[in-house]
Structures are given as structure tokens and as C-alpha cells.
Design a binder for this molecule. Structure first.
Ligand code: HEM
Length: 500
């Protein structure tokens, strides 16, 4: 991350860098260029073929593997499944999710999680708990229950389950294969599907075998659940439990023949949704707890706000959770300053001139034009993290964590002269345009419900006893503890103290 930050800080909004095999690439955070790339001229840009082809191999033909007409067709069906109306219907599932068969009587998912954390805190003498691990499990279970109506992890023991570990390791393992992935567009054209499968099976590289195993688990799980759901629909015995998969099947049934997704596409969608919702949300939740532990005064404000709202009506409904001002401000500000996905890559499908807000560091020719022409086939980084802390957008205090900037409304938060095309209050963390995150409202709801419940019961404090917390970049940021001898181990231990 420091390297990425340095690129923006030292060289500005558009930077030429060298990629694999010495290719010339760009690193872009200029707000006007992003308006062009993400919104205005988005037809000229798309995901790289390396990204699309690798995702197709791992997840199947879901939203992150398709482009052009197929992507548009799929989005038309998937995006509405995450509308506010649907999320309102899902809210009880977020709450009910941990209603374990007869195990708990006041069962909101987060309460159950809180119960387990509580048990672990009392077991652990100094109440230091790895909250990164817990947030990963919480995110997977929420996603399992809300998207599939399925439990991955009963969350009743301090031990992680196999699926969570597998899915958690996918991104770091893929990161190790970055070089090989450059060949994906070529390798995926080799022979038949069976031939390629055999080739993968023969490849004596542990990281390749690990990814194959993870992909198989995801595929088998999604296919099994999809078929089970379809069977239930056919027999008319669907338990009327709201889930994204149910809404997705319904939307697909109602789509025109030309738009309908086939089984492979549906499996791809389910896997991509589970995966897209897992690490990102876990990373955000962990970052929020970490940040709140470093700002105890804001943590207390939030706790008081929640206590007041809850005392009025017990369990908070969708509108009430979503409109708590400090909670909303803390989430926005943390997502702005610490985006879990700090960049995405793009390629130029056809030559495109993009305007620039700041040409001060650039050659005279570009200065005069006020724009730069990006040749077709150029690969570039869209810097989410860079854009999210631009002074020209957020004002002179852009690099400070100041949730209060959001308290007077979204417009007041943007005090600079430039604007970003982010779907989430102008923040780039969920991107924007036709590739914007489909789950951005879902993620907000999930994060807010978990925070509301955890903060009512616990105070989180930093702990130095195990070393310093560092955030590592492997596409999605995740925390590690760096001990005094320089060794790192994944996780984020926090002091957890009961407040009620
Ligand atoms: C805080 C949590 C989340 C963050 C920061 C996040 C961030 C992002 C970003 C940056 C993209 C654009 C990726 C690209 O263009 O290469 C994206 C796309 C996507 N996200 Fe999320 N996401 C989050 C949660 C979720 C959730 C909860 C779901 C599903 C329930 C989800 C599903 C997806 C899908 C399917 C796409 C692909 C959209 C497309 O290409 O059409 N995400 N997300």
C-alpha cells in the first residue's frame, strides 16, 4: 500500500508505470479522468482479460467474468435483487439468521455472535480476541443465510470452519499466482474444458492445486443449493424464507427468453455473490472495529446513539438502522479513508481521450489539451484509495479520519471543487457506473446491524501485547500482527470488554 500511496502523492492523478513484462501501464486517480472512465465514457473501458478469464475459470460465468452484452443482460437481473425493497424484506433474515434450532431464545445473528465472543472473552483471561477471524466467520454466515438460506457455520464454537478458511485463502493464493494469471487469456483457449481440467490437475504447483480445490468447493456448494432450490420450487414446497437465491430464481424466471441465465450462469452468479460479499465485508468490519478501538471517544458516541435508538423500540428496523447519523458517518468515513479494495484494473477497449483536473506535473502537450488520449489495449489501475483522499474533492483534511464531516449530509462532506463518480455518496469504495458493486446496500445493512449489536455489548480497545497491527494488500486489505522479531501472522487481536 505505501507504494500505491506514494505513486499518487509524488506523481499526481495520472502516472505511467511498468507492469509485467515491461508493459506501459497507467495509475489513475484524477477525478475528471475517473468521471470519464467510470461513467461518461465507460463503454470505452472494461475489466482486463486476465481478470475476466481467471474469474471465469474459478467462479464460472458470473458478473465478474462476463463483459459486453452478456454482462449487461446479467446485471439487469441481478442488480434489482439488491434493491431497498428487497433488502427490507431480508432484514429479518439478517436478524433471524442465527436462530439455531432451539439453541437461543433472543436470537439475532449478531446477538449469537456476541454470545460466542462473550464466551470466548470469559475463557480468554485477558479478553484479547482475534476480531478479524470472527468478522470473517460472521460475514460468511450472514452471506450464507441471506443469499442462500444456508448455514456455513453454526458460530457456536471458537473454531473456524473449513469453507471459511478456504474462501479466506482464495485471494492471497491468487495473488501468489499473479504472474501465471497473465497467461489466463491464452490458457483458457487451450483445447476442451476437460483437457484444461486435466492440465490443471497435472500442474505440480501447490498454489494452483489449492485454487482448484477452493473453486471446486464453491462450485459444488452453489450447484447443490441451486438444484435443491429449483427442486423445491418445482414441488411447490419452498419454505417461504426470503433469500437472494430465491429472488434471483424468480427474477430469472420472469426475464424474457433472450435475457434468461442458464444453469452455469446462475451457479456463477451465486458463487460470485458469496465471494464478493465475504472478504470485502469482513475486511470492512475488521477495519471499523480497529478504527473505533483507536478512537474511543467516537466509539462511545456511537454506543450512546445506538443505546438511545434501541431503548425506543428494541430491534431496529431497516430504516432506523440505516438512519443513525453517527453510525452512518463512521461507516462512510472509514470506507472513504480505508477502502477494502484500494484499486481495480481496467483496460481501454478503444482509444479514448480523458479530461484531467490536474495537469501540473505533466508535459506541455497534455497541459495544453487538458486531457490525455489513452491508446486501445492500455492496462491501467483505477486508484480507489487515491481518489478517496484527494484534497481537490474532500478538502484540506482529506487524509484525516473525521466522521463528523458526514453529519451535515453528503453534499457538505465534499468541500473541494471536484466530484467523484462513486455510487456510494461519491466515495469510490464500491466503484460506480455499470460495474458498481451490486451488493453495496446489502453490505451497509450487514455492517450496521453487526456494529449496532456488538457495540451495545462490548468496548473494543487496541492491544500491543501481541505486536503491531499492519494492513496487507492482496487485492483486498487484511490485517496481520507484526511481532517485535518482524514476523507476521494473520489476524487482528483486540481487547474486548463487556459494557453491560
Ligand atoms: C464493504 C463491502 C464491499 C466492498 C468494499 C465492495 C467493493 C466492490 C468493488 C470495488 C467492486 C468493483 C470491482 C471491479 O469492477 O473490478 C465490486 C463489484 C462487485 N461486488 Fe462488491 N463490495 C462489497 C460487498 C459486496 C457484497 C455484500 C456483495 C454481494 C452481496 C458484492 C457483490 C459484488 C459483485 C457481484 C460485483 C461485480 C459487479 C459487476 O461487475 O457487475 N459486493 N464490489
Amino acid at each position: 500500500m505505501p507504494f500505491h500511496d506514494m505513486l499518487v502523492d509524488r506523481y499526481g492523478g495520472i502516472v505511467k508505470i511498468r507492469g509485467f513484462f515491461g508493459t506501459e501501464q497507467l495509475y489513475i486517480s484524477d477525478p475528471r479522468a475517473l468521471q470519464s472512465i467510470i461513467l461518461k465514457d465507460q463503454e470505452s473501458f472494461d475489466e482486463t482479460s486476465v481478470f475476466l478469464e481467471t474469474n471465469k475459470v474459478i467462479f464460472g460465468p458470473g458478473l465478474v467474468s462476463t463483459a459486453g452484452h452478456q454482462h449487461k443482460r446479467q446485471r439487469k437481473i441481478v442488480f434489482p435483487v439488491f434493491s431497498v425493497a428487497h433488502l427490507k424484506g431480508l432484514t429479518p433474515v439478517f436478524y433471524e439468521v442465527a436462530e439455531r434450532v432451539g439453541a437461543f431464545t433472543a436470537p439475532t445473528f449478531s446477538n449469537v455472535l456476541a454470545d460466542v465472543i462473550d464466551t470466548e472473552a470469559s475463557r480468554n483471561e485477558d479478553s484479547v480476541i482475534d476480531m478479524a477471524d470472527w468478522m470473517a466467520r460472521a460475514a460468511l454466515e450472514t452471506v450464507g443465510q441471506t443469499i442462500l438460506g444456508y448455514s456455513f457455520d453454526p458460530l457456536d464454537s471458537p473454531h473456524n470452519n473449513q469453507y471459511t478458511s478456504a474462501i479466506k485463502d482464495l485471494i492471497p493464493t491468487l495473488f501468489k499466482l499473479s504472474l501465471v494469471r497473465q497467461l489466463a487469456p491464452f490458457l483458457t483457449r487451450l483445447g476442451s474444458r476437460d483437457f484444461r481440467r486435466t492440465l490443471v490437475e497435472w500442474t505440480p504447483v501447490p498454489a494452483v492445486q489449492a485454487v482448484k480445490g477452493m473453486s471446486d468447493v464453491m462450485y459444488d456448494t452453489a450447484r447443490g443449493l441451486l438444484r435443491q432450490k429449483q427442486e423445491e420450487v418445482k414441488r411447490g414446497v419452498v419454505q417461504d424464507r426470503k433469500s437472494v437465491i430465491g429472488a434471483l430464481l424468480k427474477a430469472n424466471d420472469e426475464a424474457s427468453a433472450a435475457d434468461k441465465m442458464d444453469e452455469d450462469e446462475l451457479i456463477g452468479q451465486i458463487t460470485v455473490l458469496i465471494f464478493g460479499a465475504q472478504d470485502t465485508t469482513a475486511s470492512s468490519l475488521t477495519r471499523l472495529l480497529h478504527t473505533l478501538s483507536l478512537h474511543p471517544e467516537v466509539q462511545d458516541k456511537l454506543r450512546n446513539e445506538v443505546a438511545e435508538a434501541v431503548s425506543e423500540g428494541g430491534r431496529l428496523e431497516y430504516d432506523a438502522v440505516m438512519s443513525l447519523p453517527w453510525l452512518d458517518a463512521v461507516l462512510k468515513e472509514t470506507m472513504r479513508l480505508y477502502p477494502p479494495v484500494p484499486f481495480v484494473r481496467r483496460t481501454t477497449l478503444k482509444e479514448q481521450a480523458v479530461p484531467l483536473a490536474d495537469t501540473s506535473n505533466l508535459p506541455a502537450q497534455i497541459k495544453d489539451a487538458g486531457s490525455v488520449t489513452i491508446p486501445a489495449g492500455t492496462i491501467f489501475f483505477t486508484s480507489i484509495a487515491g481518489a478517496n483522499r484527494l484534497e481537490s474533492v474532500w478538502g484540506g483534511d482529506a487524509r484525516e479520519w473525521k466522521p463528523e464531516r458526514w453529519l451535515q449530509g453528503d453534499r457538505a462532506a465534499v468541500t473541494g471543487v471536484e466530484r467523484l463518480p462513486g455510487i456510494y455518496s461519491g466515495i469510490m469504495s464500491f466503484l460506480g457506473g455499470e460495474r458498481a458493486c451490486v451488493g453495496y446496500k446489502f453490505a451497509q445493512l450487514e455492517i450496521k446491524i453487526l456494529l449496532v449489536t456488538l457495540l451495545q455489548r462490548f468496548r473494543f480497545a487496541p492491544t500491543k501485547q501481541n505486536g503491531e497491527i499492519v494492513w496487507n494488500l492482496s487485492q483486498i486489505l487484511s490485517p496481520s500482527v507484526r511481532t517485535q522479531d518482524g514476523k507476521e501472522r494473520k489476524g487482528m487481536p483486540l481487547g474486548v470488554e463487556r459494557v453491560i
